[in-house]
Design a protein around this ligand. Structure first.
Ligand code: RIB
Ligand code: NA
Length: 282
């Protein structure tokens, strides 16, 4: 499995609520961890027991520093993130070409939008040309997403807010997610998964006309940061190692992995290893 990623350090503050513009508030916990959606997804997949690799750029020039993100988490476990992609936006065609051997020999390629969108798209095309399965996570979401992203995604996986930005319709419940999923599916992807936090996820496949809701067992959320990454990392693991399992079942299991991650603070620090999880997930 090979993943394109942002490599970053991120300061995380826990506070009773998220600050408003111009406001300073007291928080009660602060630490610096590792992050970047690609890195998080890669770590989660590796912890479940699959060989992983990453393509990324760190700041070595005067032009850009290594990517970083600042995160605030409120008492409800919700977060607000500002990411500064830095050097990752300098990853270009030349670097990508050097990664071709690794991409073409992978079982699954996962891409996000923390590098330049055109480079993510190019990587997905490279994977497709080598018959490597692709997962595209349009995060952080951009309104003017190149329509080709849909055509090169075996699985197009996003959360509620990303689905809302891409479809222009509100996605707050299962019903709305079914509708948004249908709209995204029409744009040409093999399948669509919309993650809905405590409401689980919806799974739609191009070959079937049904949209399935996959609920998740309730978990008390301490910090939901990176839960989507935990889900995608787990999904990539299942697609690589359990390729005959139906996508709905992969989503059900990935939901359970992500539900473990929300019960502890941080992203990678909270992602479970295979030995922390019930045997029925493997
Ligand atoms: O998805 C959560 C991640 O997004 C954080 O780890 C942060 O690094 C940002 O990139
Ligand atoms: Na967490």
């Amino acid at each position: 499995m090979y993943t394109l990623k942002l490599c970053s350090l991120f300061p995380l503050s826990q506070a009773p609520r998220l600050p408003r513009a111009g406001e300073t508030i007291h928080g009660h916990k602060f630490f610096i961890g590792f992050g970047g959606k690609g890195a998080n997804q890669c770590i989660q997949a590796a912890r479940l027991g699959v060989k992983t690799a990453m393509v990324y750029f760190v700041g070595q020039t005067s032009d850009a520093a290594t990517g970083a993100a600042s995160i605030t988490v409120n008492d409800a476990g919700e977060n607000a993130i500002v990411i500064v992609a830095g050097a990752n936006m300098l990853l270009g065609r030349e670097e990508l070409q050097k990664a071709l051997p690794a991409i073409s020999h992978a079982k699954v390629l996962v891409c996000q939008l923390e590098i330049s969108p055109q480079m993510s798209l190019q990587a997905l095309r490279m994977a497709r040309n080598s018959r490597v399965k692709t997962i595209f996570n349009p995060a952080p979401a951009i309104p003017d997403l190149d329509p080709d992203f849909y055509k090169v995604s075996d699985v197009f996986c996003c959360n509620e807010s990303e689905a809302k930005l891409l479809t222009g319709s509100s996605v707050t419940n299962v019903e709305e997610a079914h509708r948004a999923g249908q709209e995204l599916l029409k744009r040409g992807c093999g399948s669509v998964i919309i993650t809905l936090g405590p409401q689980g996820s919806v799974v739609l496949k191009a070959q079937e006309s049904t949209s399935k809701h996959i609920p998740v067992t309730a978990a008390t959320a301490v910090d939901t940061t990176g839960a989507g990454d935990s889900f995608i990392g787990a999904l990539a693991f299942y697609m690589a190692n359990y390729s005959t399992v139906p996508l709905e079942e992969m989503a059900r299991r990935a939901n359970q992995v992500a539900a473990v991650s929300v019960q502890a603070v941080g992203t990678q620090t909270s992602f479970p290893f295979r030995h922390n999880l019930p045997a029925e997930l493997f």
